[in-house]
Design a protein around this ligand. Structure first.
Ligand code: GUN
Length: 295
């Protein structure tokens, strides 16, 4: 069984990005600048955004964190987005999700300039992705592709089953795994909450990508021998004995599933760290595009 080590792979990618930034500095060029807007004080979101900012520092990017209160109106947030769109110093930015109830998420994501949309959530970029055009691929799906590629996992002609149809992971993943090329060329089944007999489907899968957020959902009897398992779940389970008061767990019953599969991502240390590395990669790409456009 191969452990698909996202921590190590993301470190390799960050080292590659650090070297690219050093080259920019040596040439006297502007370094990439990522901004993040966070609205409210959701603990998990604050942790994720904090990790993104620290990752920027680690690779030598500039970063800006904009914290807005939970009571922020849609108009106020749209105004902040407009400023970032117009600021030539900013190469890319993200609006951390979820947003408070009073704000229409789709409206916000559509306000982001597609050229700065390093999350790849704007309909223009999502459409470009579906049409195999160059674009910003959403960071979590991009990270999964990168893991499959770097570990040379065969995807051609395989049956990939995606669990969960979220706009951030499941839906884009189902498109990407069916694209021509590597990783891709899979036959894809997208399963979700209305799927009947899910075990019948998962037990035929060569590759399972689970993005559900239900701890321990995928059990050994749902998986065939030698399958490849990608666990995108990150759920905080309250635990008084843990230093932080919770522990992180995935969608997969790792202890039992890992005994029968050919490759699996751990949680933590699998897909999670890859997401941040690929956000950096998209920001590097955004800087490169802006440099070319301004020449
Ligand atoms: N919330 C959970 N995942 C993500 C992500 O990849 N980007 C943003 N902006 N918010 C998220």
């Amino acid at each position: 069984m191969i452990l698909l080590d996202g921590k190590k792979t993301s470190n390799d990618i960050k080292n590659e990005i650090t070297a690219a930034v050093q080259e920019m500095k040596d040439k006297g060029e502007k370094v990439p600048h990522l901004a993040a807007i966070i609205v409210g004080n959701d603990g998990a979101s604050l942790t994720y955004v904090g990790s993104k900012v620290r990752a920027c520092e680690r690779v030598g990017f500039e970063s800006t964190l904009i914290k807005m209160p939970n009571t922020t109106s849609e108009t106020e947030l749209l105004k902040e987005i407009k400023k970032l769109n117009q600021n030539p110093e900013i190469d890319g930015f993200i609006v951390q999700l979820p947003l408070p109830k009073q704000i229409d998420t789709q409206k916000v994501l559509m306000a982001v300039d597609p050229d700065k949309d390093v999350d790849g959530f704007h309909p223009t970029n999502f459409g470009r992705m579906a049409l195999d055009m160059s674009t910003f691929i959403p960071a979590t799906p991009f990270g999964i592709l990168e893991l499959l590629e770097r570990y040379n996992i065969e995807t051609k002609g395989k049956h990939t089953v995606v669990i969960g149809r979220s706009h951030i992971v499941g839906r884009p993943m189902s498109i990407l795994m069916g694209r021509k090329g590597f990783p891709g060329n899979s036959t894809v089944t997208l399963t979700h909450s209305q799927t009947k007999n899910i075990t019948q489907i998962t037990s035929q899968a060569d590759i399972i990508i689970s993005a559900l957020g239900v701890p321990g959902f995928l059990k050994a009897e749902m998986v065939k021998d030698d399958a490849v398992i990608i666990d995108v779940g990150i759920t905080r389970v309250p635990d008084e004995s843990a230093a932080k008061g919770y522990y992180i767990t995935g969608d997969v019953d790792f202890e039992n599933v890992s005994k029968k599969v050919s490759a699996i991502t751990p949680v933590p240390g699998g897909v999670g760290p890859m997401t941040i590395a690929m956000l950096l990669k998209n920001t590097l790409l955004a800087r490169e595009r802006h440099r070319v456009m301004s020449n």
